[in-house]
Design a protein around this ligand. Structure first.
Ligand code: ADP
Ligand code: MG
Length: 299
């Protein structure tokens, strides 16, 4: 059917239309390859900060779902948490230069992430025709947490284990699980976990084909001040070296680490891509070139 349409295409069609048709055609092998497969998306940073970009992300997720890709979204929401902390006059506490999350701050983290940011994403995805369902790590004990490091960050956690059974029936029915990065330790206390870390562990636990982290840089840069120094493809060993050398630092460290862990646990490819580009997700999944940095097991 699509071929006969192409043949009947008016000869004076605009470049725009030809481009659209060729983009669609280029997408075919990718659509076939990923139908029925799982893609985990960490949504955060720039792609979350503006309405146009938000809508583009929601539409991309709806498109992925409607061609049969089982999509899972993990989100953080640091900027929104900070806004609410300052509105409520709660000042950030630091110890040795690192933020400490006390129980008052954690209350706000839960309210903002699970109550507000999560529901905004669910609503946004529902509004463009897919069906999303909001969860946190607490629900169904999806994620069990342990205190991060020696516990001196307060209620900041690391992933202790994942119980992904809850996700299976949802994914089979075509729902998009939207998961906020809050989970309980075994004594029942909520902890905030870095959303990149959660995304990597969830991807590994459900046998995802791809892990995609949306952020506010073109990908991993050789020199973080120079957007042209993008590293397009990295082997696991090279990714580890970039962390050791300090070329990857700050917020890029948990991203790179979670790519490494996800690949080591069987995820085929992990991508760090620029969430400031509209439709970055579609560019990554459905085009030959892809975008951003791809971390792979072997060269
Ligand atoms: P997000 O909100 O998406 O989690 P983060 O701020 O936590 O974003 O992490 C992305 C940041 O990591 C970049 O804005 C950049 O400042 C920093 N970064 C550190 N090292 C690198 C690197 N080698 N390449 C790109 N970004 C880097
Ligand atoms: Mg971050």
């Amino acid at each position: 059917m699509p071929n006969s349409k192409l043949e009947n295409f008016p000869s004076n069609h605009s470049n725009d239309e030809s481009l659209r048709v060729s983009v669609l055609s280029e997408a075919l092998p990718y659509i076939q390859r990923f139908a029925g497969k799982r893609i985990v998306i960490k949504y955060g940073g720039a792609a979350m900060s503006n309405e146009t970009l938000k809508n583009a992300v929601f539409r991309d997720i709806a498109l992925l779902t409607s061609v049969g890709v089982q999509t899972i979204v993990i989100h953080g929401g640091g900027p929104e948490i900070n806004q609410w902390l300052s509105k409520l006059g709660i000042t950030a506490k630091f110890k040795n230069g690192l933020r400490v999350t006390d129980s008052q701050t954690m209350d706000i983290v839960e309210m903002v992430l699970i109550g507000r940011v999560n529901k905004q994403i669910v609503n946004g995805i529902n509004n463009v025709g897919a069906l999303a369902i909001g969860l946190s790590g607490i629900d169904g004990k999806l994620i069990e947490a342990r205190p991060l490091g020696d516990g001196s960050h307060g209620l900041v956690g690391d992933v202790s284990s994942i119980n992904p059974e809850l996700l299976e029936p949802l994914l089979k029915k075509g729902y998009v699980p939207v998961i906020s990065s809050v989970a309980s330790t075994n004594d029942g206390r909520s902890h905030n976990i870095n959303a990149d870390t959660v995304a990597g562990e969830i991807a590994a636990s459900i046998g995802a084909e791809k892990l995609i982290l949306l952020t506010d840089t073109p990908g991993i840069l050789k020199n973080k001040e120079d957007p042209k120094s993008l590293i397009r493809k990295l082997k696991l060993s090279e990714a580890r070296r970039l962390i050791d050398q300090g070329i990857v630092n700050g917020g890029m460290t948990p991203k790179t680490q979670c790519c490494i862990r996800a690949l080591a646990q069987g995820v085929s490819a992990a991508h760090i891509i620029d969430g400031r580009l509209p439709h970055a997700l579609l560019l990554e999944v459905f085009t030959d070139e892809g975008i951003g940095t791809m971390v792979v097991n072997k060269g």
